[in-house]
Design a binder for this molecule. Structure first.
Ligand code: NI
Length: 443
């Protein structure tokens, strides 16, 4: 560690120009310069000479691996309050006996603290953008705004075929989109969020598709997580879920569909043809035993944008995208019985470029002119020693604990593993979680 790392300038969350020296990107030694415009101004070998004079802050990377900030394309961030509350149960029992009864007592304040905790965990483990579906999303937006990272936020629209409920859900969706527009924060965007084909009627799905189109915003949905929902869909609608969504206008290049465990070849072809992003959630799928892995190769070959997500903390139980990359690569090899499926560079691309493409913030690359969303992964740690192959270490050896610095939109959010205000967030979230469980038990 050099003395350059110990400058006294207060850098956290500030709009300051930053010069990062001695890092490795795409196997090449580089320096990175970020000016106050929130974009990477310059990246290349030894560019420190050009920028040392103008940089307000210098970070000596000490050989760290520089990566674009990771993108988590399927979360329910505030479910971090439910971490460890109920595990090792059958999916329907887990939902109906544990998760839904507790969620019935959730308040806006709980969602604020749960999302604060999730953002903190994401910053610590190198995620700078996420795709979130939940309730009380105005509170989630406040937490994201304060955290400094990016998020695509949607209200989880569930009408269960009930026209009155549908009207309420349409209004809630419109209100959230209007609220997020008013924030005028380029790090926070809105999406339409029909929960799933089994919880939203075709009328509701069509409304969400048309609303997303008229607002020019993405659409976030769960798709074919379990075999039962596929069978029920065929019995009820006479078509498989992807075909039903297509008939309702839901499948577009701005659609992010989570899980996709039970897609058949025809559905993969359809999703590819429509340019849909499909979020693989391997830890959640394995924990809840969905009995089938997302058909990664078929989807990728069909042209779908396959990305990666953790799902909520009740079914994972963390938001570490490094772990998720490894679990994705292992599950794909194991389930399809082929060790060549999903090699490390492809798993890394799912968490970076593909995820960024799905979220639409223009992030996901380290290049001059790109948004300054980047992380530094320590090279002075066991998981990166030796460093034969960076992608291999990042996917198979490291966890998010190896991330030492996180920068989003040009603002330093974590430096040398220090995140200002961390203890207050941990205390507030722990209190909110305790209170939530007490309210549910007293009811
Ligand atoms: Ni989910």
């Amino acid at each position: 560690m050099t003395e350059e790392k110990h400058q006294t300038v207060d850098i956290f969350g500030k709009k300051k120009s930053v010069l990062i020296t001695n890092v490795v990107a795409d196997a090449k030694p580089v320096d990175i310069f970020i000016d106050a415009s929130e974009t990477i101004t310059d990246i290349g070998h030894d560019i420190r000479k050009r920028h040392r004079g103008e940089a307000e802050f210098i970070i000596d990377g000490d050989g760290a691996l520089a990566l674009p900030g990771l993108a988590n394309t399927h979360t329910h961030a505030a479910m971090s309050l439910l971490r460890g509350y109920a595990d090792d149960m059958v999916l329907q029992d887990w939902l109906s006996q544990k998760i839904w009864p507790l969620e019935a007592h959730l308040t806006a304040d709980d969602v604020y603290w749960g999302t604060k905790l999730a953002c903190l965990e994401m910053i610590r483990t190198g995620t700078t953008a996420f795709n979130d579906m939940y309730f009380f999303m105005e509170s989630a937006a406040k937490a994201v705004d304060e955290s400094g990272i990016r998020a695509l936020l949607c209200y989880g629209f569930i009408d269960l075929g009930d026209a009155a409920k549908r009207e309420h859900e349409c209004k809630a969706t419109e209100d959230l989109v209007a609220h997020i527009k008013k924030l005028k924060n380029p790090r926070i965007r809105a999406a339409a969020g029909p929960h799933a084909p089994y919880t939203v009627s075709p009328e509701g799905l069509k409304w969400c598709a048309e609303f997303a189109k008229s607002e020019d915003i993405p659409l976030h949905i769960h798709l074919s997580e379990t075999e039962k929902e596929v069978n029920d869909c065929v019995a009820q609608h006479g078509k498989r879920p992807a075909a039903l969504l297509d008939a309702c206008g839901v499948l577009t290049p701005k659609t992010i569909a989570a899980h996709g465990c039970w897609l058949d070849d025809g559905e993969c072809a359809l999703l590819g043809k429509r340019g849909v992003s499909v979020s693989h959630n391997p830890a959640s799928n394995m924990k809840l035993a969905t009995h089938r892995a997302l058909p990664y190769q078929t989807l990728a070959a069909a042209g779908a944008n396959v990305c990666l997500g953790t799902d909520g903390c009740a079914s994972n139980n963390n938001l570490d995208m490094f772990e998720e990359m490894k679990i994705a690569a292992l599950l794909q090899k194991f389930f399809w019985n082929d060790p060549t499926v999903l090699p490390a560079p492809a798993a890394l691309a799912m968490a970076t470029a593909n995820g960024a493409k799905a979220l639409g913030f223009g992030t996901g690359t380290l290049a001059a002119g790109a948004p300054a969303d980047l992380i530094l992964v320590s090279a002075r740690t066991a998981c990166n020693t030796p460093l034969h192959n960076a992608a291999s270490n990042l996917v198979y050896a490291c966890s998010g604990a190896a991330v030492e610095t996180t920068i989003c939109a040009g603002r330093v959010l974590m430096l040398d593993r220090e995140i200002p205000g961390e203890h207050a967030v941990l205390a507030g979230a722990a209190d909110a979680a305790k209170d939530l469980v007490k309210r549910a038990q007293d009811a």
